[in-house]
Write a protein of this length. Structure first.
Ligand SMILES: Nc1ncnc2c1ncn2[C@@H]1O[C@H](COP(=O)(O)OP(=O)(O)OP(=O)(O)O)[C@@H](O)[C@H]1O
Ligand SMILES: Nc1nc2c(c(=O)[nH]1)N=C(CO)CN2
Length: 175
């Protein structure tokens, strides 16, 4: 058994459809799906705004590496192309593995560059932390503390203010 928090983002094409495709592909592993948020581009500001969401997934047969493979399969299915010149550039679908817990509920850590756990930039990203709070109000980012504390920190205040709920949009899951 392993549990994971995955972050979904899209800023090209039919953004909601790309996020929905990820939720659909993750299928029966999806336990909870956040609201959808409109968020200003982070890290590379010359690009359209994103739709972001977070899903909580659980599956007995999926370990940390397999969550990354499932994330990559979702991106590939939505025609994700990597631009080596723009690390944080626009994309149809980005699925990041934010954190994984083992069968005993212990957080998994990894320094393998192919899969760093917890995700090394998650604590800096209101577009990850705010939707995560929807699915786990008492959630904690391993090594960084409670979501409420991270979101309340002064360094993140401007980014948190920019994360705008889109109640007109929603994601459907089997959960
Ligand atoms: N926790 C993680 N989740 C997803 N990819 C990871 C993780 N840790 C390391 N990687 C690696 O990061 C590489 C770049 O991934 P990707 O192109 O999705 O990055 P990005 O989305 O542009 O940036 P970021 O990871 O900051 O969101 C991938 O080859 C992947 O193997
Ligand atoms: N708002 C927002 N900004 C981003 C996002 C994202 O999902 N949302 N993903 C990125 C990829 O690294 C870079 N910047």
């Amino acid at each position: 058994m392993s549990r994971a928090v995955l972050s979904l983002g899209s800023n090209l094409g039919d953004r909601l459809a790309h996020l929905q495709a990820a939720v659909t592909l993750l299928g029966g592993a999806v336990r909870r799906v956040s609201e959808v948020y409109e968020t200003p581009p982070w890290g590379d500001t010359e690009q359209p705004s994103y739709l972001n969401a977070v899903v909580l997934v659980e599956d007995a047969a999926t370990g940390p590496r397999a969550w990354l493979e499932r994330a990559r399969a979702c991106e590939a299915a939505e025609g994700r192309e990597r631009d080596p010149e723009r690390r944080f550039g626009p994309r149809t679908l980005d699925v990041d593995v934010i954190a994984v817990w083992d069968a005993g509920g212990r957080p998994v850590t990894s320094a393998d560059p192919e899969l760093i756990l917890p995700h090394p930039r998650a604590h800096l990203r209101a577009f990850v932390l705010r939707p995560w709070q929807d699915v786990e109000p008492a959630g904690e980012l391993p090594g960084h503390g409670r979501l409420t504390d991270l979101l309340g920190a002064p360094e993140l205040a401007a980014d948190v203010a920019g994360v705008t709920a889109r109640p007109d949009l929603s994601l459907e899951s089997m959960a």
